[in-house]
Design a binder for this molecule. Sequence first.
Ligand code: IPT
Length: 958
Amino acid sequence: MRYFEDLTPSTGAREPRAWLRSSRPRICLNGRWRFKLRDSAPDGVPEIGPDWGELEVPGHWVLQGHDRPRYTNTAFPFPIDPPYAPDANPTGDHVRSFDLPGDWPADGAVLRFEGVDSCFKVWVNGVEAGTAKGSRLPSEFTVGHLLRPGRNRLAVRVHQWSSGSYLEDQDMWWLPGIFRDVTLLARPLIDDVFVHASYDHVTGAGTLRVDTAPDAVVRVPELGVVAEPGAPVTIGAVEPWSAELPRLYDATVEVPGETVELRIGFRTVRMVDGLFTANGQPLFFRGVNRHEHDERRGRAMTVDAMREDLVLMKQHNVNAVRTAHYPPHPAFLDLCDELGLWVIDECDIETHGFIYTDWRGNPADDPDWAPMMLDRMRRMVERDKNHPSVVIWSLANESHRGRNFGELAAWTRQRDPERALFYERDRTYEFSDFYSLMYPPLEDLEAIGTRTEDVPEETAEHPSLEARRRALPFVLAEYGHAMGNGPGGLADYQRILERYPRLQGGFLWEWIDHGLLLPGATDHVYGGDFGEQLHGMNFCIDGLLFPDRTPSPGLTEYKKVIEPVRFTGPDPLVVHNYRTFTSLDDLTFLWTVEEDGVEVAAGNLTIPPVPPGQSTQVATPSRATAGPPTSEQVLTVRAVLAKDEAWATAGHEVAWAQFVLEQPAVEPAPVAAAVVDRGEDLTLGGGEFDRRTGRLTRLFGQAVDGPVLDLWRAPTDNDNGQGGRNGVTQEWRAAGLDRLLHRVQAVEVMESGLVVRARVAPEGLGVGVRTMYHWTADADALRLTVDVQPEGEWGGTAVTPRCGSWPRVGVRMTLPRELENVQWYGGGPGEAYADSREAARVGRYECTVDELQTPYVVPQENGSRIDIRWAELTDAQGNGLRVTGAPHFQLTARRWTAEDLERARHRSDLTPREHVYLNLDLAQNGLGSASCGPPATSPHTLEVAPYTFTLVFRRAEA
Ligand code: IPT
């Protein structure tokens, strides 16, 4: 059997050990390598030929012009024929030379690969040094005896498919290559270091034990520690490490000829009474699942991009990361130690594609595969064992049940009893310290919180396993599928997560969109863009960041929902500290009072010390007004950083809240002006109407068309559901909402104004909406009240399904393209929807129509602003229209129609038309998370029901 298909994890590789910063000489072998791609695995030693090109290492050849990247979600892009690879097995030969300096130590050398996808063989000066599998894990080979003075030649043959691929079916692009660093190290004298640094939260003492070379000296200068390996040292008082206060102590481990530099964090994690604790306190994860992704470099991440990820997480109140679904580049964990995040480090194991054999042959349950799996667990634990940020080892993702996990768990518990274990997919949770699920509906989460959840089938007949499972704390491994526009419902999840102690938080799916920008391209690609038959479409475009790392509205919403400081009020105004370990001393509290969005008073709030978990009452700032309120008065309170932190500068906002202090009296109805009948058209106040259609043709001098009732929106990924399941789009289309026609029944000139009666209904069906547009006017305002009455069989018939909700209820109209500047007073600055609106704060905003668009990789409904009191659309001279709502309305404006948006598959498919298309909505349906989870639920759904709303149009003038 060929080495890339056998079940040997590696040949010639050294024992796994910690990732260390050593003073021993090293040579970085990243850079330009010679490269040749073959379509199947060749024999013999790679030899550079005239047809060889060059390749950047670390990198993926498929992102550098050779072959193509491939995306599947669960399906293996090769037959399920373990452990074999198809003959068509893209194989990249990489060759480079390097010079050994004259002073290179003569006592040996180690060649280290941080990550090669998926299997490789390495030669030094034409002699084989070894082979390895395990893409996201390091491999080291002893090569001193193969080196020669001066010029040396290194050759690496990388096979895209191997037996290892059956363990690497994560939902992501298949990206072969040497994608992490390659280094030549002088033979380590300190082979390994295992730091055990615990913290006693009762006494405040730290205990340090460092297992390493017997002749080494361990030093922690700041603590005056000079210790021997293996001997525990107690330090009377240390500052503990936590994600909130990531205190690190510099340390060294020294032998003659080598110094290893470490950063030690003292912390103790433990299960106490069924809860996962650190330093004596139960933890609560406000987490994200993070894949390594760069729009151009794939998983060949730069340290800058890693830091950017973590800075953005910290800035958005995220305190935990699950390294979905493999160990990250080791530098990432260093940064987690430094910046402060709790980490679930996940092993590079996922056998998801075996769902298509109904799990027949699943490696996780086949003892022949145990060595390959255990090898991966060992390489992760040994590499990452010195990071205080890593508090939980995850055995794998989505690999069903399997006895091999018993072996992984047993080995890990013995090797590192100081951390917890996690595995979500085995419903007995036999090998996990946590109960966990993905994407449960709210009711299920509530039941888990109260320990009243159903007994899983798998433990039904095993009372002791079931009792164990039921006593476990719960962590949401994945929820809130951020595909396209969404997720919705985060505030609802958070409310339940925070209510029950058993629920220790969760990890949103997922951090970043996996959209790729290929060389020369301007639009991101996803599955199917190369005409592949088998692909996962845009299912991995489901991040809180766009592919270029710009935060999406979903991340802004998450930041608000998980704020570590909360305010309730306005009277009494109470500040709550939701942190676990730290007070609020690092924050400054500010307030403003605005009248109709204009600041009229501001100041600082003085807050007494608030210990973690506590709250305090403060005086409500206000600005007294005499007489009945004539404007809306809003109090905003904010908590901002008092000084610079490693991840943000002073003034960075951590938390905020708003309270409406006063509401103005309702605007009186305008004195009725009379309709002027001019035959073909009618005039009422500032409006000119087409007599036949009852639609406006001019509005305060602007050429317009509409408004007409609109119920449709370009479906979002979450509207569509997963493979048609849970989605609402199907129901909406079945009810014909995507093909509504209008029939004007009457245009009636009344004393009170103009009444247009219409029926809006889909082709082919009997359902419809009786719509009445009632127009009245006075000298400067034109007022429209829209009355909507569903009629017919919305509840379904024997042959048509029920339609329970509408995408939107509102009106649509077209405006001149020049009205491209938007100003509004209401929710902002970003988009918001019924179940994703926590981050929208009331204020005055302005931007262009183009800036209103949220650039989802796959075009879909986006950009809606919520709670709008008034909005203006004006041209460059400041002339245009002003709209006021009663009640508040939602607004979208774009240069294309909802239908254009719906048809587009990529952003470049959207071409601006000659008009601005304006939607003024009473409401839209919530977003939900049904692309992989539950749909929007009441009260965020827009029921099929009668509705009435009013819009007032005025002239906007410069
Ligand atoms: C879950 C996977 O763990 C994750 O990798 C991703 O595919 C996610 O779904 C959807 O984007 S598995 C699913 C069966 C819940």
